[in-house]
Design a protein around this ligand. Structure first.
Ligand SMILES: [Fe+2]
Length: 392
């Protein structure tokens, strides 16, 4: 990520810094990979370490089981019960040791602040309007936005109105822009499918200064680690940052700003890559011209990505290659390693006379097999595994 500066920061790092009333501010270095990776410096009105209570916290646990006997799956995410906030009521669908993929249809703002200490979160907003409030500031998000939240960012999701549907990726580590899109000095290369101008960082700090009105009430924060959940009660509101700078902060990238790379014949899936995570990649499929050679087969060939389980979230449009399979908006397919998948019967012929596709989809390829939750199984389509052999 590129350097960003917001609000009030001192000229030199690690030096005395006071607010307008002469109060010493508390500097926090938030850094990845033992402070040798990306980092930011935040300036708090109060100590971010002042806890008054630590308790266990109970959040719904989802049972997972292996994909046995091995099968392709189609889950209809929008059939899952809506309600609650975007954190504690997200429904875990698929997971392994490096990634958890959930669906949320949130109708309320987080009751408690939240911090995921187990890794970054990548939230793809399918519908609705939400605002990510964090120690870094305010970040509005709407349909088509990826929101990348670095590990240990204290935040909450504000739902001003209605509901927000989202696909949520919890990584066991850091999610980043692929290395091959970056120059040796970290700038996005010409030829990459998006650039810095397409990334939206927080602009204004959210400053809750309890000291102005007295000591204030302690503030509970739900903390998730890879071992489970805790509740930390802070003496001061964590949103007391008057300024920050650095390269480690949440940002938004709209899938509609992804510039597709097309060719005379079929381009392989890596041209769609958007993010890299530990043990997985995320790709964006957006409206684009079809391959333009007169003899080009326009929908993808059968393929066996032998090291990956392939998850595809169908966001919008007409999913040409899945013709006749029952796939629609908010469908999620899982094509696991060990299963050769490709176009459904009739798809190749149907696409032959077309010049473009209007599909929008998010693909997640994981490098270890995914376990499947009971919630996912409860909204699965039993006819999907046989959809490639169905007569049209
Ligand atoms: Fe595929």
């Amino acid at each position: 990520m590129y350097y960003k500066r917001v609000g009030d920061v001192p000229r030199k790092r690690h030096t005395w810094h006071r607010d307008g009333g002469g109060r010493r501010l508390h500097e926090e270095l938030m850094g990845e990979e033992g402070f040798s990776g990306s980092s930011s410096l935040l300036y708090h009105l109060n100590s971010p370490s002042a806890l008054v209570d630590i308790e266990p916290a109970e959040v719904e646990h989802a049972a997972l089981s292996a994909n046995l006997p091995l099968s392709p799956w189609h889950f209809r995410a929008s059939k899952l019960d809506p309600g609650g906030d975007l954190v504690t009521r997200r429904k875990l669908l698929l997971a392994n040791d490096t990634i958890r993929i959930s669906w949320a249809e949130a109708t309320s703002t987080n009751e408690l602040l939240y911090r995921n200490a187990g890794g970054d979160e990548l939230v793809f907003v399918q519908s609705g309007e939400a605002v990510l409030e964090s120690v870094f500031g305010v970040l509005p998000a709407s349909a088509g936005d990826y929101v990348l939240i670095p590990s240990s960012t204290t935040h909450r999701w504000v739902i001003p109105d209605g509901s927000v549907q989202a696909l949520v990726v919890e990584a066991a580590g850091h999610v980043s822009i692929p290395d091959r899109y970056l120059t040796a000095t970290g700038q996005m290369r010409e030829g990459a499918p998006f650039c810095e101008r397409d990334l939206r960082p927080p602009e204004l700090p959210v400053v809750v200064d309890q000291s102005e009105a007295g000591p204030g009430e302690p503030v509970p924060v739900l903390v998730r680690t890879r071992a489970g959940w805790s509740k930390h009660t802070h003496a001061h509101h964590p949103f007391d940052v008057v300024g920050w700078d650095g390269c480690n902060y949440p940002f938004v990238f709209s899938i509609h700003d992804f510039e597709p790379i097309v060719g005379r014949i079929h381009q392989p899936p890596p041209v769609h890559q958007t993010f890299a995570g530990p043990g997985f990649v995320v790709c964006s499929f957006v409206p684009r011209l079809y391959d333009f050679d007169p003899d080009a087969v326009k929908v993808p060939y059968h393929h066996a990505n032998v090291d990956s389980d392939e998850v595809l979230f169908y966001s919008a449009g007409d999913f040409m290659s899945r013709r006749g399979s029952g796939i629609g908006s908010c469908s999620i397919s899982l094509h696991p390693a060990g299963f050769v998948h490709g176009p459904q019967p009739g798809s190749v012929e149907a696409a032959a006379g077309e010049s473009r596709t209007d599909e929008t989809a998010v693909m997640i390829d994981t490098f270890s097999p995914l376990l499947i939750s009971e919630a996912a199984r409860s909204v699965s389509d039993p006819d999907y595994p046989a959809s490639w052999s169905r007569e049209l």
